[in-house]
Design a protein around this ligand. Structure first.
Ligand code: EPZ
Length: 424
């Protein structure tokens, strides 16, 4: 699969974002905390959602997708082991560990490998489970955890890990007593998960702050819950409007969830009009250079770093991007350089010297946000680009080409990868 993009057209019009991928995945895992059926609404059609559905099916839950709603029936009998071939496709599969420990007292989940953006360890997840009394061992690439009854504990996270906060929170809702997570991640997706769990009868307080408290409860019931809009998708389409110097209205976004991104777009010279659940952007000229430092929420999101780099590649000066969350999240820079961008990587910093134009090229996406970055650059570049590795993009952006086409982009999908690498 590849994307063919002919650049140079300002995007104009309205695009509606879907539900948040990074809320849907933990919430789907959390649904198995109860034996009852749960229905989750506003779920995006994404490869990662399909993968999580298959992971839940592999441990015995039934999952039915109807439009943007997912019906999950965990049932009474779950299996405690998830298969390697599914977990290796998506590290978020590891989020079933906490729920399985609550439901079965035992869980065996493949240790997620690293990926293009970094090592992606899960030591903090395991530290939390151990603090609650679980015995953990790693055998044959699987993490095996056992706990007859999880006990509430005080847990300090060395880094405010999103996944660790979510996994520990889900384990804590079924533990005996109170769990406090110190230095918890504060992302909106954490709050969404807490709200979902509370709608099942859990007692989670403090989500969205660095101190989350969970009172364990005996039983959780099924629920119906609608997830928050995807703030990363919204940021991506705002940047698409900016980089093509167009005028784009992004609907189904909560502006407070992207405060840092809006601030940086404003610093670049964009005109922004905020509604309760929409933001309109207009970019009359080349962006002014800005400095960006990615941080845990509410800092600038690491997932928007790559898309924003494409905008700054066309800036009227030199910008500095510092990536503090992941150790290797500049893979997209090499591909931008092949389009004529001037980017220098020095450790965790990228120095981006803006150029007046980029030229279309054949490009390779290495992860979903890098893929989005290259598509945005191609939309602004002169000439045609072909982006390979679009399976990465479709992990996190539903109807990506269609949404851009509706904004006036000259973009089409082609099924047959045309570039054959010279046999080495
Ligand atoms: C979540 O990943 C998101 N994925 C990522 O989005 C996002 O980039 C990331 O949070 C940061 O915001 C989902 O929610 C499914 P972390 P996660 O644990 O939970 C270190 C996308 O593009 N760490 O907050 O894996 C880790 O190495 C994806 O949609 C430990 O050291 O991220 C990293 O440096 C990419 N030990 C930092 O914490 C641990 O046990 C942040 O990772 C866990 C994490």
């Amino acid at each position: 699969m590849s994307l063919l993009i002919r650049g140079g057209k300002p995007l104009r019009g309205t695009v509606r974002c879907d539900g948040a991928k990074n809320a849907a995945l933990p919430i789907m895992a959390g649904a198995i905390l109860s034996e009852d059926i749960s229905i989750i609404d506003n779920v995006p059609h994404l490869r990662d959602v399909e993968t999580m559905s298959n992971v839940l099916r592999s441990i015995g839950a039934s999952v039915r997708v109807r439009g943007n709603s997912v019906l999950i029936n965990p049932g009474k009998r779950l299996r405690n082991e998830a298969p390697y071939d599914l977990v290796r496709m998506m590290r978020a599969s590891f989020l079933i560990m906490g729920p399985l420990l609550v439901r079965l007292g035992v869980a065996s989940v493949p240790l997620p490998g690293g990926c293009a953006i970094g090592q992606r360890p899960v030591d903090l997840h395991l530290k939390g489970f151990q603090a609650m009394g679980a015995e953990i061992s790693v055998e044959g690439g699987f993490v095996k955890a056992r706990a007859d009854k999880l006990k509430g504990a005080e847990i300090y996270l060395d880094v405010p890990s999103v996944g660790a906060t979510e996994n520990i929170m889900m384990a804590a809702v079924g533990a005996e007593g109170v769990t406090v997570i110190e230095n918890a991640a504060q992302e909106p997706e954490i709050v969404d998960l807490a709200n979902f769990l509370n709608s099942m009868g859990a007692e989670v307080t403090g989500a969205g702050t660095s101190r989350v408290k969970v009172e364990g409860v005996k039983k959780l019931t099924g629920t119906r819950y609608s997830i928050i809009p995807d703030r990363i998708e919204a940021s991506t389409y705002l940047i698409a409007g900016a980089i093509t110097r167009g005028k784009v209205m992004v609907e189904n976004v909560i502006p407070t969830h992207i405060r840092s991104v809006l601030a940086k777009l404003k610093e670049c010279g964009a005109y922004l009009l905020e509604g309760p659940r929409s933001v309109e952007i207009e970019m009359p000229s080349r962006p002014a250079p800005v400095n960006i430092k990615t941080l845990p929420y509410p800092g600038f999101p690491t997932d928007v770093q790559a898309p924003f780099m494409s905008l700054l590649a066309l800036g009227q000066g030199t910008s500095l991007i510092s990536e503090t969350v992941f150790e290797n999240r500049f893979n997209h820079a090499e591909e931008l350089i092949r389009m004529g961008a001037k980017v220098k990587i020095e450790d965790s910093n990228a120095i981006v010297e803006g150029v007046p134009k980029l030229s279309g090229a054949s490009l390779q996406a290495t992860d979903l946000r890098a893929g989005a970055c290259l598509a945005l650059a191609a939309l602004a570049a002169e000439g045609q680009s072909e982006i390979f590795g679009t399976e990465h993009i479709y992990r996190g952006y539903s109807d990506f080409a269609t949404k851009l086409r509706l904004l006036g982009a000259d973009i089409e999908e082609s099924g047959i990868p045309k570039r054959s690498y010279a046999k080495s």
